[in-house]
Design a protein around this ligand. Structure first.
Ligand code: APR
Length: 337
C-alpha cells in the first residue's frame, strides 16, 4: 500500500497508530516524545511506566488516550555516533519493529516521525533514506498505509548534491521553456521593423501547423479511437511480466484505485497517477509521454513537478519513493496516492 510524505504535527494524525521517537526509559522527553505525551495526557505515562523500558531498535505499544490515533507505538532510534556503531541497522530495526507491531495489532495506517533525526543527531538526509527504504520495502509486500510526517521544513533534507542537481535542472528547463528567449528575441526584432498591425499577423502565425485532413464523418472518426490509458496500462503490465499488484504497489497506488482503472476502459486518472504508472513500468521517456497522452496529459516544462519526474526518468531512476522524496523537497504533489 502507499507511503506518503506529509507536513504535519504527528499528534494530529488520524491514523490507527502513531510512532513515538522515545528513549529507552519510555518515561518521556522532548521533541516528538514530549509532544505526544502532552497531547495524550498523563495516562500515557502511567501505561509506559508499566512497560519496563524498550531497547534501541525495538518497539512497544500502548493506548493513545486523548490523541486521535488508536495506539502509540514507542520505538527507540539510535543516537548518532558517527556511523560506525551500527546506527543504520538499529534505525532500520526501529522502523521495521514498529511496522511489524502495527500489523500484529491490525493497524491499517501508521504515521512515523523522522526517527533519530532530532536530538539523537542522525544526519537528516541519511535518516530520511533509511526511513523511506525500510518503509517502502515493507509496504511493497504488506497491506498498510504509511505516513512519514515532517514537522518542520528544516528537518527535511534529501541531500545537498541531489537537491542542487534537481534545482539546476529546473532552472535550465523551466526558465528556457517558460520565457522561450528565442521567441521573445525574434518578436522584439520583428517589432523594430514592422508596423503594429502587420506585427500582429506575424505573431499570430504560430509555427506552421501540420495540414489537417478534412474530417470524415463523426461516426467514422469515433470508430477509430486509439488505445485508451487503461488498455495501454494493462498491455504494458503484461509486457513487463508484472502482476497487477506488483505494478500498483510499485506505483505507490492503492488497490481500490487500481481496480477502478482496470474495470473502466475509459478511466481518466490524475496526472500524478498516470506518471506513477509510467515510473512503475519503468517506461523510457517516449513511452512515458505516450502513456500520459492516453490520459490527456503531456510533460510540460512549465511545471516543476514534470521536470523533476522527467529528471529521474532520464536517469533511469524509477524508484518512486526516491522521486517522491525529491518532489516533497520542492513542495510538489507526490506520485501515486
Ligand atoms: N510531529 C512530527 N515530527 C516532529 C514533531 C511533531 N510534533 N516534533 C518534532 N518532530 C520531528 C523533529 O523535527 C525530528 O525531525 O521528529 C524528528 C525526531 O526528533 P526527536 O523528537 O528529537 O527524536 P530523536 O531524534 O529520535 O531523539 C529522541 O529525544 O525527545 C527525546 O525522549 C526523546 O530521548 C529521546 C530523544
Amino acid at each position: 500500500m502507499p507511503l506518503f510524505i506529509v507536513r504535519n504535527d504527528i499528534t494530529r494524525m488520524e491514523v490507527d497508530a502513531i510512532v513515538n521517537a522515545a528513549n529507552e526509559s519510555l518515561l518521556g522527553g522532548g521533541g516528538v516524545d514530549g509532544a505526544i505525551h502532552r497531547a495524550a495526557g498523563p495516562k500515557l505515562l502511567e501505561e509506559c511506566r508499566a512497560l519496563g523500558g524498550c531497547a534501541t531498535g525495538q518497539a512497544k505499544l500502548t493506548g493513545a488516550y486523548r490523541l486521535p490515533a488508536k495506539y502509540v507505538i514507542h520505538t527507540v532510534g539510535p543516537v548518532w555516533r558517527g556511523g560506525g556503531a551500527g546506527e543504520r541497522e538499529l534505525l532500520t530495526s526501529a522502523y521495521r519493529s514498529s511496522l511489524e507491531l502495527a500489523l500484529a495489532n491490525r493497524c491499517e495506517s501508521v504515521a512515523f516521525p523522522l526517527l533519530s533525526a532530532g536530538a539523537y543527531g542522525y544526519p537528516r538526509d541519511q535518516a530520511l533514506r533509511v526511513a523511506v527504504d525500510t518503509i517502502a520495502a515493507f509496504v511493497l509486500c504488506q497491506e498498510i498505509t504509511v505516513y512519514l510526517v515532517i514537522y518542520d521544513r528544516a528537518s527535511y533534507s534529501i541531500g545537498e548534491k541531489l537537491f542542487a542537481d534537481i534545482a539546476a535542472s529546473i532552472d535550465d528547463q523551466y526558465v528556457e521553456r517558460h520565457t522561450d528567449r528565442r521567441w521573445e528575441q525574434s518578436r522584439r526584432a520583428l517589432a523594430r521593423r514592422l508596423p503594429p498591425d502587420v506585427l500582429w499577423e506575424a505573431e499570430s502565425s504560430s509555427p506552421p501547423m501540420a495540414a489537417c485532413l478534412p474530417p470524415e464523418s463523426l461516426e467514422e472518426a469515433l470508430g477509430k479511437l486509439d488505445e485508451s490509458f487503461s488498455q495501454m496500462l494493462l498491455r504494458k503490465i503484461d509486457e513487463a511480466g508484472l502482476t497487477d499488484a506488483q505494478c500498483y504497489k510499485k506505483a505507490n497506488i492503492d488497490r481500490k484505485l487500481f481496480s477502478k482503472i482496470r474495470s473502466n476502459v475509459w478511466y481518466k486518472p490524475s496526472k500524478p497517477t498516470a506518471m506513477a504508472f509510467a515510473v512503475a513500468l519503468e517506461l523510457p521517456m517516449g513511452e512515458a509521454r505516450e502513456l500520459l497522452e492516453k490520459a490527456g496529459y503531456a510533460f510540460s516544462h512549465a511545471s516543476r513537478f514534470d521536470i523533476i519526474v522527467e529528471y529521474f526518468i532520464a536517469r533511469q531512476n524509477y524508484n518512486i519513493f526516491e522521486i517522491n522524496e525529491a518532489l516533497f523537497a520542492f513542495d510538489q504533489p507526490l506520485l501515486g496516492g
